[in-house]
Design a protein around this ligand. Structure first.
Ligand code: TPP
Ligand code: SF4
Length: 278
């Protein structure tokens, strides 16, 4: 090489591993994998500088299907793990991914505090309003009248509203996307990764096995009627009054991400080990 050769451009396929996903045929998560790979290719991220962190669930299998570093963690703890990765290696791009059960039920507490801390992470939730991996129990985002063998007559419970909760908790970027619209979803994810601080993207991703009704989502989703706002009160009002199917960037904030130099350890771990040795 004499230095005049252009750097090799990475393609979408360069971000996918050779491992074949085990998702059901038609699961929305296949397209979310494509969306993630396309977004990384659009940004030309070096795969060795990206860490994809997940919890447990069908959707949380995603790190293995990428060609990046990955951490398939424990249920509900993806954001805590990702926070540790980012604090230890701030120069890396950390993308966190998982399901609505993982992120909003067992992981709900971590979700609130990851938004509040505003560390520079991108959090993608493949929301199918059900626990897919464990055979179809209702999740925090399940509609109260969804009738199933495991919830006869529906739960009757008010659903959790992830977007408005993210906003109220301090997330710096809030968006809704749909797996059935990979081009627009890629644009949204590219912006989420670029945006400083904690970015939250809910991707509606049908579970065709336990929620076959979600095959109809393509007919009900629609672009958000208005441009993104940087006013959290206006964004909250819009999000709370929309029909749950409007897609786009709904809030783009300007909070400074948490200064990670404040969290740097003053001592090496070995010093603590020596101090606390029994
Ligand atoms: C501590 C713990 N509790 C419960 C489980 C069982 N479990 C595995 S995945 C899952 C729910 C997954 O649902 P979701 O995050 O919505 O992902 P999906 O499978 O729908 O993609 C549950 C309850 C577990 N693995 N660990
Ligand atoms: S059970 Fe649902 S979420 Fe899991 S792989 Fe199958 S379609 Fe996807």
């Amino acid at each position: 090489m004499d230095g005049s050769e252009a750097a090799v451009k990475l393609k979408t396929s360069d971000y996918k591993s050779d491992i074949k996903p085990v998702w059901c045929p038609g699961c929305g998560d296949y397209t979310v994998l494509l969306i993630m790979a396309k977004a990384m290719a659009a940004l030309q991220l070096a795969p060795e500088n990206v860490v994809v962190v997940s919890g447990i669930g069908c959707s949380s299998r995603i790190p293995a299907y990428t060609n990046c570093y990955g951490f398939h963690g424990v249920h509900g703890r993806s954001l805590a793990l990702a926070t540790g990765v980012k604090v230890a290696r701030p120069e890396l791009n950390v993308i966190v991914a998982g399901g609505d059960g993982d992120g909003f039920s067992i992981g709900g507490n971590h979700f609130l505090h990851a938004c509040r801390r505003n560390i520079d992470l991108t959090y993608v939730v493949m929301d199918n309003r059900v626990y897919g991996m464990t055979k179809g129990q209702p999740s925090p985002t399940t509609e109260p009248d969804w009738d199933s063998a495991l919830s006869p007559g529906g739960t009757g419970l008010r659903p959790f509203h992830p977007l408005v909760i993210a906003l109220a908790s301090g997330a710096n970027f809030v968006a809704r996307a749909f797996s059935g619209d990979p081009n627009r979803s890629t644009e949204i994810l590219v912006e989420a990764i670029r945006h400083p601080g904690f970015s939250f993207v809910e991707i509606l991703s049908p579970c065709v096995t336990f929620r076959p009704d979600q095959r109809g989502w393509g007919d009900v989703v629609h672009p958000a009627a208005v441009e993104p706002t940087d006013d959290p009160a206006r964004a909250a009002r819009r999000i709370m009054t929309d029909d749950g199917y409007n897609l786009g960037i709904l809030y783009r904030g300007d909070r400074q991400p948490h200064d990670l130099s404040r969290t740097a350890a003053a001592e090496e771990p070995a010093v603590f080990d020596a101090e606390f040795e029994l």
